[in-house]
Design a protein around this ligand. Structure first.
Ligand code: NAD
Length: 359
């Protein structure tokens, strides 16, 4: 069986780092890597060549039985694959409602890393958590870079500096890493989440948890947040506004799986923020938590900088590629047996990720 790794067209990460390719070889498969696949992540071809064949894109597409990429390959590439080829990527069929039919029509098998159930057993494959954690960290560094102020409190001969106030909305994987990073930089941190389980986690990192009464917190949602009523969101926006007026930085990460991100920072709140403040919206790709967010853009409004970027993990190219590849490898171990694809559809991890099964 041949496993192909592509060079990404619009991302600096690579789906597998050389160290992971070495482990993959141990599964009795042959590995084909597109030339320069790891270049932008600072993994040179020579490192891959020890364990894999480094080939042109056309050759990888023509020969691969399982093709791995960070994002789905463009349609033109899909047409160059053999019938029956399996693809492993972040297809997000929750949002892209056309992708399942497209792959089925071309007789390709699709596995989506973002569809793996987030159970304890699948923790080593949890790409969403790996990438969200990096994004939370990088969101704080991005804000610190843009903020015209210090993060820590400083008492100097020239005067005293008060610590920056950071407000984190959504205390899941990204939010908790943002809290930890902002605390390490010396900021004062407040955070809010609809899941009450987040309170203890926020406090254990030294943050202050903002309780907004009346949140729906359904135990059946597998740890994910459920959609809140408009009445609750209105109350929450009022709480956020009171704090946003004093905040130097707001990091927003609030998501509801399969839905548009909740609006937590309306334009009227941004209008009341201090000039120089920074908002980093990690929910930008699903509509944004801030009304003024523009996906993949940094905009300024009344002196407030608003960064809309849901792919901040991609900027930590080397470590993000390493973790991405390890998550992928742990999943591949489940779908390969004796060097060939072996799909046990009774396994909830396999059934969850495999989204092109004919019903
Ligand atoms: P996510 O990216 O879907 O959402 C981010 C956060 O936004 C969540 O904490 C959510 O509760 C919060 N949110 C949604 N609506 C909100 C609102 N109106 N106001 C404030 N916050 C709001 O979620 P995630 O970070 O990927 O994961 C969420 C949780 O899932 C984790 O904290 C964890 O408890 C659980 N989880 C479990 C596992 C596992 O068991 N292996 C793995 C990963 C995550």
């Amino acid at each position: 069986m041949k496993i192909g790794i592509l060079k990404e067209q619009k991302d600096k990460r690579v789906a597998l780092a050389p160290a992971t390719v070495k482990k993959l070889k141990g599964l009795g498969v042959e590995i084909l890597v597109e030339k320069n696949a790891g270049f932008a992540a600072h993994y040179p071809d020579e490192e891959y060549a020890e364990y894999a064949s480094v080939l042109s894109r056309a050759n990888v597409l023509a020969e691969a039985d399982l093709l791995i990429s960070v994002f789905p390959p463009p349609d033109a590439d899909l047409k160059k694959l053999k019938e029956g080829t399996a693809l492993l990527s972040q297809f997000r069929p929750y949002f892209d409602t056309t992708v399942t039919g497209k792959l089925q029509k071309l007789k390709l098998k699709g596995f989506s890393m973002d569809m793996i159930p987030r159970t304890t057993l699948a923790q080593t494959m949890d790409l969403l958590s790996s990438m969200a954690s990096i994004a939370g960290y990088k969101a704080v560094l991005t804000a610190a870079q843009l903020l015209p102020r210090y993060f820590p409190m400083l008492i100097t001969a020239a005067g005293s500096i008060r610590p920056a106030k950071v407000l984190v909305l959504g205390a899941g994987v990204a939010g908790l890493q943002a809290i930890a990073t902002a605390k390490r930089l010396g900021a004062m941190v407040e955070a809010s989440d609809t899941r009450l389980a987040a309170k203890e986690e926020v406090e254990s990192l030294g943050g202050k948890f903002i309780v907004v009464e009346g949140a729906k917190d359904e135990k059946t949602a597998g740890g994910y947040a459920v959609e809140q009523t408009e009445e609750f969101l209105k109350r929450q926006r009022e709480e956020v506004q009171a704090r946003a007026m004093k905040a130097d930085v707001i990091i927003t990460t609030a998501q509801v799986r399969g839905r548009k991100a909740p609006l937590l920072v309306p334009k009227s709140t941004v209008e009341k923020m201090n000039p120089g403040s920074v908002i980093v919206d990690l929910a930008a790709s699903t509509g944004g938590n801030c009304e003024l967010t523009k996906d993949n853009e940094t905009v300024e409004f009344n002196g407030v900088t608003i960064v809309g970027d849901s792919e901040l993990a991609a900027t930590v190219t080397q470590d993000a590629s390493f973790l991405f590849g390890n998550n992928v490898f742990n999943f591949i171990k489940v779908i390969i047996k004796d060097g060939a694809l072996h799909l046990d559809m009774k396994n909830v991890i396999v059934a969850g990720a495999y989204f092109t099964a004919e019903s």
